[in-house]
Design a protein around this ligand. Structure first.
Ligand SMILES: [Zn+2]
Length: 318
């Protein structure tokens, strides 16, 4: 029997954790489902990543209310993916912030991405009928923006391209806490369908140099040990490097896309097959790596139709 498309078969709810990872900093994690971060200042609260729907955002807010009654003043989007942003309306934040390149991506491909992500992984869009529309920022920046939360200043940094071309991280310098978005994953497969694979490792080297004491990745458990944060960033770096190097080899050897997929699965599944959403991601990851190795700088836009065609082609029996 052929594999069910992407994660349509994944229906089992995950256990949510809301944990204090440093002074005034919290992580909302869910066993490999998309994470959110929270920083509480004297003047207000910053939430990092909106979640996929207002209904899921409600649960993030419910957790926040167990530790603070202050208003949620800032909502930060680390990049444009639907599963991270479409719950935004629920927070009523005065400022919704992302990079200028993320805004470009929302305008260019936000609608297609919404439909495509919903088709790939319906469970993550619980309460999808509550989505009010595409999320747009109220504030954007190019390189860096500092946000004053009263007793602490939080840095939003466009540290470099990788998972998308608009990625930013959130850095709380006092406790050295990093919220990396999908630039880093913890035992979850990095999604590379919109990636800049040649640049991604260089961006991760910058994150390593910052030596975070605590880290909230895009997916997976939060980390509160300085040594472990570096290991996790390093493991993401090794994954994206290997994916791109193998794709470059395949292009040099004039492999078809399907041959490239089979080659990379053989190489990478033994090491990474147990990372969350591995099978889901690899078809999109290999296609993007193959395209980039062929000189396509700007990732192609995924649509519901293209997703299905790709899945059928790459998962066909040889
Ligand atoms: Zn993403």
């Amino acid at each position: 029997m052929s594999k069910k498309f992407a994660s349509r078969n994944d229906l089992k709810d995950k256990q949510v954790s809301f944990v204090n990872i440093a002074k005034d900093c919290y992580a909302y994690t869910a066993q490999g489902d998309p994470n959110s971060g929270v920083i509480i200042g004297k003047k207000g609260i910053m939430v990092i990543e909106a979640q996929a729907t207002p209904r899921i955002a409600k649960d993030v807010i419910r957790q926040i209310r167990t530790v603070s009654k202050l208003p949620i003043t800032h909502l930060v989007l680390t990049h444009y993916h639907a599963v991270r942003v479409l719950g935004a309306s629920e927070y009523n934040a005065k400022q919704i912030i992302c990079s200028s390149k993320t805004l470009e991506m929302i305008e260019e491909r936000g609608s297609q991405d919404w439909l495509s992500e919903f088709q790939r992984f319906p469970r993550l869009f619980k309460g999808h009928e509550s989505i009010t529309g595409l999320t747009f920022p109220t504030h954007i920046f190019d390189k860096r923006m500092d946000v004053d939360l009263g007793d602490k200043e939080v840095q939003l940094i466009a540290v470099g391209e990788g998972h998308t071309r608009g990625d930013i991280i959130v850095w709380e310098p006092e406790s050295k806490v990093m919220f990396s978005g999908d630039l880093v994953e913890n035992k979850a497969t990095p999604y590379c369908g919109d990636a800049q694979l040649a640049k991604w490792p260089k961006t991760l080297i910058k994150l390593l140099k910052m030596k975070p004491e605590a880290l909230v990745t895009g997916r997976g458990d939060a980390i509160t040990n300085g040594k472990k944060t570096l290991e996790v960033i390093q493991s993401t770096k090794e994954f994206v490097e290997q994916l791109y190097i193998e794709a470059q080899k395949c292009v040099r050897n004039k492999y078809s896309l399907k041959q490239c997929y089979d080659h990379i699965m053989k190489k990478m599944k033994p090491k990474y097959g147990d990372w969350v959403i591995f099978d889901h991601c690899m078809c999109f990851n290999v296609k993007r790596a193959y395209d980039e190795a062929n000189g396509i700088r700007h990732p192609k836009i995924w649509t519901e139709e293209i997703d299905l065609q790709m899945w059928k082609l790459l998962n066909a029996k040889n």
